[in-house]
Design a protein around this ligand. Structure first.
Ligand code: FEO
Ligand code: CA
Ligand code: CA
Ligand code: CA
Length: 581
């Protein structure tokens, strides 16, 4: 089913070669400008970014957050728009003069302020789109912003804490990976690797469910639990259950309370690809980015009403969460059938006997319910993207060193390679053309690989060649014309299995012909993640995340000896045309 490369009518730009330079490269005829970087003040009277980690927590609360990731562009009128941007995490080696070696309460507060979401007012003028300092929508949402919990798990005892005995109010969001956008004007931010912020110096009783979510007494190095008891799993064992959700934010009201939508399940959320099915039901596709975890789908109970936003406001609170099972054809075919299995108390063995006493528990422990119903373990599901006009959906499976190694991750149809460090992109078509269909047909759109190193399946699929190769597809999204944009978060060693693949990059694919062409290369030690188009598709915002992580020697975007800073870049075509055309 994988087409060989041909000359696609959709791809009108010249391919960019791989690069190991400390810069962002776009094709001839395109311009890339910096829109905003980590630490830029959103309001007057707030300190500018100071190199070397010298800003305070108070500065950071009103500056653009760190490690920009998923983002959405909300068009208000010709001159005004809102760009909402996730701030996934931070790099202590760049954020503090002590590089994280001597953390304090104030340092933890700074790290908590650097994550979450930045809401930016954009103005369109002679210089194109620019961030408006003090713009009326400017806002920072961070790890201490008050939020509501809503949906079936609201109030469940597993969400109760001393500070919130009713389980309905929570402070903050963090590790905000990718995103989603609703037609009723709200933004969805997805909490991903939240487990790493919890720990304890005491011994704590860790339940099997906590263990499945990676919660334990060892944190991932954030050290929040040493200075903020909320993150101590011995003292506050339920706090971690309040993270790992999709959060809905109304960007047009800077005073609005973000809402954690529990009906969408709790796991390591990558993005939330929302489509309105032909039937009117809201369908949200969701990846759980961990080795051997799953792909999910939410279908709303009520139908979207394009003429009544008030009626859509809480539509994500009621519906059914499903998980995907991919059936493998015999003979190693890279295609097959599949089905969506509902995660409903009382069905498919989800019962008190198997550990589920309420629908709230099914959602809080969605991973355990998924295992119970026989979901397929995948190679780290990252972003999901639905085609703008055809009922076909793509998902990046970024890599999986455990495939073929661990017992629960044997090689299967959609995940055909052991020790998979290149990744693949799967796609599926609902059997009857509706996103609400419970069965589908799948195939692999591409297998990333390195044809200059390997001649076997690790060379990649037929549409991968020495000129367009890459590893670890992650961010994906469609433009209006149906071009599939692919961003990478891979190994940038440029050696061994990754020889010739250079820095992380962004490519563009024609989903019909299968052709893949490199559009952009990023600076040293960055990931390219986050994409948003203006409605006319003439401006593209792209995220450069963590350039120079691990002190790898980047000084992007300002060069010289400056501290490297995650940045949102704005790409236009010099002839004013549509990006990619
Ligand atoms: Fe935050 Fe799975 O990427
Ligand atoms: Ca990332
Ligand atoms: Ca990602
Ligand atoms: Ca990734």
């Amino acid at each position: 089913a994988i087409a060989a490369a041909t000359s696609s009518p959709l791809l009108g730009f010249s391919a960019v070669p791989t690069s190991t330079a400390d810069t962002l490269v776009v094709p001839p005829g395109y311009t890339a400008e910096r829109l905003i970087s980590w630490g830029d003040p959103l309001f007057s009277g707030v300190a500018e970014f100071i190199d070397g980690g010298k800003n305070t927590a108070t500065d950071q609360l009103k500056q653009f957050g760190d490690n920009n990731d998923g983002m959405s562009f909300f068009s208000l009128d010709e001159e005004t728009a809102i760009l909402v941007v996730n701030n996934e995490y931070c790099n202590y080696e760049l954020m503090f003069e002590h590089q994280g070696q001597k953390m304090s309460t104030q340092d933890v507060a700074k790290a908590q302020a650097a994550q979450g979401v930045s809401v930016l007012t954009l103005k369109n003028g002679p210089q194109g789109w620019q961030v408006e300092k003090d713009g009326r929508y400017n806002r920072r949402v961070h790890a201490n912003t008050p939020m509501a919990i809503s949906g079936p798990a609201k109030g469940h005892p597993l969400l109760h804490t001393q500070a919130d005995p009713n389980g309905e109010r929570v402070l903050g969001t963090f590790n905000n990976c990718a995103n989603g956008m609703t037609p009723w004007g709200t933004y969805l931010t997805c909490e991903e690797n939240v487990h790493g912020y919890f720990g304890s110096q005491q011994s704590a009783h860790i339940t099997p469910a906590q263990a499945r979510y990676g919660i334990g007494t060892e944190d991932a190095g954030w050290q929040w639990h040493l200075f903020d008891d909320r993150f101590d799993v011995a003292k506050n064992p339920n706090e971690s259950n309040r993270f790992g959700w999709v959060v809905e934010i109304d960007p047009q009201d800077p005073t609005s309370t973000p809402i954690k939508r529990t009906a969408l399940g709790r796991f390591k959320h990558e993005n939330a690809e929302l489509v309105i099915d032909k039937s009117g039901h809201v369908v949200v596709y969701l990846g759980d980015d961990e080795r051997g975890e799953h792909i999910y789908r939410f279908v709303s109970h009520n139908k979207f009403d394009p003429n009544n936003n008030e009626a859509n406001k809480n539509i994500l609170d009621e519906g059914t969460l499903y998980v995907a099972r991919f059936n493998s054809a015999s003979g190693g075919e890279l295609s097959g059938t599949g089905e969506w299995l509902p995660l409903i108390l009382g069905e498919h063995g989800i019962t008190p006997e198997s550990g589920f006493n309420s629908q709230a528990e099914v959602l809080i422990h969605a991973r355990l319910a998924a295992t119970q119903v026989g979901a397929t373990t995948m190679d780290r599901p990252e972003w999901v993207a639905a085609h703008p006009t055809e009922p076909i959906v793509f998902c990046t499976l970024t890599n999986n060193k455990n495939r073929g190694v661990l017992d629960n991750q044997a090689i299967n149809g959609p995940n055909p390679r052991a020790n998979n460090h290149y990744g693949q992109i799967i796609r599926w078509q609902p059997s009857h053309g509706h996103h609400t269909d419970d069965t589908f047909n799948w195939d692999l759109f591409l297998l990333a690989g390195n044809p200059t190193v390997h001649q076997d399946i690790y060379a990649g699929s037929e549409n991968i060649n020495a000129d367009n190769m890459f590893n670890s597809p992650d961010g994906i999204g469609f433009d209006n014309a149906g071009r599939l944009w692919i961003q990478t978060d891979g190994k940038y060693s440029n050696q061994g299995d990754f020889a010739g693949q250079g820095n992380n990059q962004m490519l563009c694919a024609d989903p019909t012909t299968g052709e893949v062409r490199r559009f952009l290369t990023g600076p040293i030690a960055c990931e390219i993640t986050g994409l948003a188009f203006t409605p006319d598709n003439k401006t593209l915002f792209v995220g450069v995340q963590h350039p120079g992580e691990d002190l790898a020697g980047s000084h992007f975007p300002f060069g010289g000896n400056h501290t490297p800073r995650s940045s949102v870049m704005m790409i236009t075509k010099e002839d004013g045309g549509i990006i990619g055309s």
